[in-house]
Design a protein around this ligand. Sequence first.
Ligand code: SAM
Ligand code: SF4
Ligand code: SF4
Length: 363
Amino acid sequence: MKVIPIQQLAPSNAPDTEVPDPASRPAPGEALVDRRGREVRDLRISVTDRCNFRCVYCMPREVFGDDYAFLPRRELLSFEEILRVARLFAERGVRKIRITGGEPLLRKDVERLIEMLARLDGVEITLTTNGVLLPRMAQRLADAGLHRVTVSLDALDDALFRRMNDADYPVEKVLEGIDAARAAGLGPIKVNMVVKRGTNDGDIEAMATHFRHSGHILRFIEFMDVGASNGWKMDEVLPSREVVARIDRLFPLEPADPNYVGEVAERWRYKDGAGEIGVISSVTQAFCSSCTRIRLSTEGQLYTCLFAQQGHDLRTLLRTGADDAQIDAVIARVWNGRDDRYSEIRTAATAAQRKIEMSYIGG
Ligand code: SAM
Ligand code: SF4
Ligand code: SF4
């Protein structure tokens, strides 16, 4: 199956030409609240749609082979444009910014963007990466002001991991990346494992054993039906409660309180004090009612849900002289009109709909 390049996913990418009257927006500084009473708190910024991996659940090689039409450079938001949007969101209550992609460490000079974003008052800056570039970049990222990293790692078995990333990267490279992040002070480090039943669920116990006592927080993510290319099937989702049960059999667990209201990972602590794990059950236990996230795509589209079919174009405004009040009015209109709760209403039919790829919208 060949996926339709994102640029052709009209009308999703048709520019929003109508700019609301800035006088009609909520007062400057006032929090934005969507139609389900949720405030905007987290901004995820995708800085590239490219990746050096071809994870089977995200950018399958049959679809994203070497000739896939990635976005040309001029289409990407510049760092200055990203900072401007991030600042406007921070003024509306965003407290956490996550840099993602694609593989964010492939974006040239990404540490310069981090340095710019780190100057925003009261905003935590984090980054999600597949980890292989961390050995040479972790210290630079920390020096630029990055607070924490999340590293993805789907298996400890080397042959299995190479099959899953489908680019022949060994586990060792990612483990070196995690060590480099720790040495640079980018902790506590979260390690994300996407669990695909029948593919890597046999490695759950090995991953738990490896990361106990490490100080890193291993998180198991249910395989999701993002995008239109990963051939998602409900049969391949291993419910988080089974993950917890399997680990509990080996190393007894007890529930831990959330760190903050709306935390998406459910926390479990080893009873023997060896640390904690998290489970993210987006399929079997949707958490839409407390979802405070918005995503800014690589080319400047705002998405109010990971499963959105339509974005809201900010790039045109940024490049045609709109002032801050006008852009803020659009941001306010987009968030105030938000009604998303995809994971609560997922069915086989919605799973089959054409959705934006995760590597583009930002994971
Ligand atoms: N390339 C970076 C990485 O892999 O960490 C950042 C981008 S990636 C899209 C962000 C996160 O999304 C990763 O932890 C990845 O495992 C997760 N992810 C991608 N596709 C997924 C899917 N179909 N279901 C669940 N998680 C997925
Ligand atoms: Fe790349 Fe991350 Fe997607 Fe894997 S999950 S293909 S590393 S963007
Ligand atoms: Fe948020 Fe959409 Fe995920 Fe629900 S499905 S938690 S609204 S991103």
